[in-house]
Design a binder for this molecule. Structure first.
Ligand SMILES: [Zn+2]
Length: 249
């Protein structure tokens, strides 16, 4: 990663890291993208959309563009990023690399593990980690999937269609594969797509049936399980990231 000798990335302004690496950072309104990088002969200009309302998301976008700067400068002269390229699922090699770069820059593995240790999983934990690392809740959710203590499954839906999902290795339940179909009708994701329902922070942990997202075996009963869904919704792009987990008594 970056050889700056920085242990806690929040202790050093990201714009100085960008300048230190030899790129210029500009913040201004962008239409149709969240971030952009333009490569010149020797320099590069990274632009971040000033309309992004969350400081943490801005930082994630800047770190993602810095990843392109470090790794892809000879590949394309201009690159635009939208919420679709900033999400983690199969986006092509370069986007994955830039996202992993940003994730590791903003949330170094050791520090992330330390902050999660012994903490019960909840939407509040993800939000407090986002505050702690000054990054987007979405990027924290993907990081938590990789490194967190509690197994969680992720489902990404766009325009009322499930696009991708991820299940941790060894997870005790199997997912009903709804790729290219609408989210389950009793899911929290469906409530957003069908009724534009967005839960307030304090109600963002919603109980769902096991059978909502997972295979219910014929000898099992939905009443014997406690599953929850927390949706990170981006209305502007009509996307929902559902985080689904089981709580054991
Ligand atoms: Zn990108």
């Amino acid at each position: 990663m970056l050889e700056c000798g920085i242990e806690d990335p929040t202790e050093f302004p990201l714009d100085l890291i960008v300048y230190g690496r030899g790129a210029t950072l500009v913040e201004k309104p962008l239409s149709n993208s969240e971030g952009r990088i333009v490569f010149g002969k020797s320099k590069a200009i990274i632009t971040v959309n000033s309309d992004i309302s969350y400081a943490g998301k801005k930082r994630f976008v800047i770190a993602h563009e810095l990843g392109h700067f470090e790794m892809h400068r000879n590949l394309v002269p201009v690159h635009h990023d939208t919420d679709a390229t900033l999400e983690y699922f199969k986006n092509g090699h370069q986007e994955t690399e830039a996202n992993e770069f940003a994730s590791e820059l903003l949330m170094p593995e050791q520090l992330f593990r330390k902050e999660c240790e012994g903490e019960k999983f909840s939407p509040d934990l993800l939000r407090s980690l986002a505050d702690r690392f000054q990054t987007s809740v979405t990027s924290v959710a993907y990081k938590y999937f990789e490194l967190g203590d509690h197994p969680v499954c992720l489902f990404y839906s766009h325009n009322n269609i499930v696009k991708y999902w991820k299940r941790p290795d060894g997870f005790a339940h199997f997912i009903n594969d709804r790729t290219k179909l609408t989210p389950p009708e009793d899911s929290v994701a469906a409530e957003f797509f069908n009724e534009q329902k967005i839960y307030r922070k304090e109600h963002s942990k919603q109980q769902v049936w096991k059978s909502t997202w997972f295979e219910l075996k014929h000898w099992e009963s939905d009443n014997d399980f406690k599953f929850y869904e927390y949706c990170i919704i981006t209305p502007a792009y009509n996307t929902v990231l559902s985080i689904v987990w089981e709580e054991l008594n």
